[in-house]
Design a protein around this ligand. Structure first.
Ligand SMILES: Nc1ncnc2c1ncn2[C@@H]1O[C@H](COP(=O)(O)OP(=O)(O)OP(=O)(O)O)[C@@H](O)[C@H]1O
Length: 292
């Protein structure tokens, strides 16, 4: 793998690697008679790429929606751990946030960013403008102040722009920065979407099938960028992905859902050796419901 040096940190959190970042405890989500998640519990560790896999309809997107606040589980808890920036680069005081009933914008402000299965960008706008929009949650000045371009608004705009430039560098988007997003190849658009989520300066990035619809080369590229986001920018990632080769290659841990139930949780090698996982995938394959 190509290793690039990276001088700044886009990471919004200050927890040391290896500490608990997200605790999902017995989360249960029902839609009428359908139980999308049934008492699901697992932990995401700071610094990890944590994959969530399972056959179609297993509850993966529902889980991501519960973490980001689009859905609220009827039972159970989801807790996010954060730390203030301390002196000497050490983590300062720790905080615990109950996400279970928070609105999506509050969760985003705590440092949780997400991308969706379908591209949700402004196609007529340039890459740069789409990325700047990703900073809006951190902007404190009114549109009028920004338009007049004075004082603190100007300084803030410059700081936001610097962070966006870091994202452009990290994801190697320099050559398309002024191009309208709609004119770009699908794989590049997905990279811009990853960039926009990164512009939120998250401590945790939720990626819902970032490689769906990509060819092998585009998938390989995207896997490398996700690794860069994790290793260079030190952002923890929860990743829904169907391609088992990708999951095995880039994940530190994997949680497996089947019919809303957690059937395995461990390293990629551990979960792939689990009889329940093999059975869930074979069963789904026989019904033509899974694309591994
Ligand atoms: N808004 C909703 N209203 C009703 N049922 C829903 C809703 N969202 C999800 N479900 C149901 O919850 C279950 C889990 O769906 P979910 O989309 O989370 O699965 P998934 O593992 O992400 O599937 P896929 O891999 O196909 O994206 C399914 O039975 C689905 O039909």
């Amino acid at each position: 793998m190509l290793t690039r040096s990276y001088k700044h940190s886009l990471r919004g959190g200050h927890l040391p690697a290896g500490e608990p970042l997200l605790d999902i405890e017995e989360a249960t989500l029902r839609f009428g008679g359908v139980t999308a998640l049934s008492e699901v519990s697992f932990r995401v560790t700071e610094g990890h790429i944590h994959a969530v896999i399972g056959p179609n309809g297993a509850g993966k997107s529902s889980l991501l929606n519960c973490i980001s606040g689009l859905y609220h589980p009827q039972d159970g808890r989801i807790r996010l751990h954060t730390a203030d920036e301390g002196s000497d680069g050490e983590a300062g005081s720790r905080h615990e946030h109950e996400l279970t009933t928070l609105a999506p914008h509050r969760i985003a402000r705590l440092g949780v960013a997400r991308s969706f299965q379908n591209i949700e960008l402004f196609h007529a706008m340039s890459v740069l403008d789409n990325l700047m929009l990703g900073r809006h949650i951190h902007m404190r000045h009114s549109v009028l102040q920004s338009m007049l371009w004075f004082g603190p608004a100007r300084r803030q705009e410059i700081a936001h722009r610097q962070l966006v430039e870091e994202v452009i560098d990290l994801l190697q988007l320099q050559s398309v920065r002024t191009k309208p997003v709609g004119s770009l190849a699908y794989g590049v658009q997905k990279r811009v979407e990853l960039g926009r989520a990164l512009c939120l300066q998250p401590s945790l990035l939720l990626l819902d099938e970032p490689m769906a619809g990509m060819n092998a080369e585009e998938k390989e590229d995207m896997a490398r960028y996700i690794l860069d986001v994790n290793e260079l920018a030190k952002v923890s990632v929860v990743l829904i992905e169907h391609d088992m080769n990708v999951v095995m290659d880039i994940s530190h841990r994997v949680s497996v859902l089947d019919f809303g139930v957690l059937i395995a949780d461990g390293t990629p090698a551990e979960v792939m050796a689990e009889p329940a996982v093999i059975e869930a995938y074979l069963g789904a394959e026989e019904e033509g419901a899974v694309n591994v």
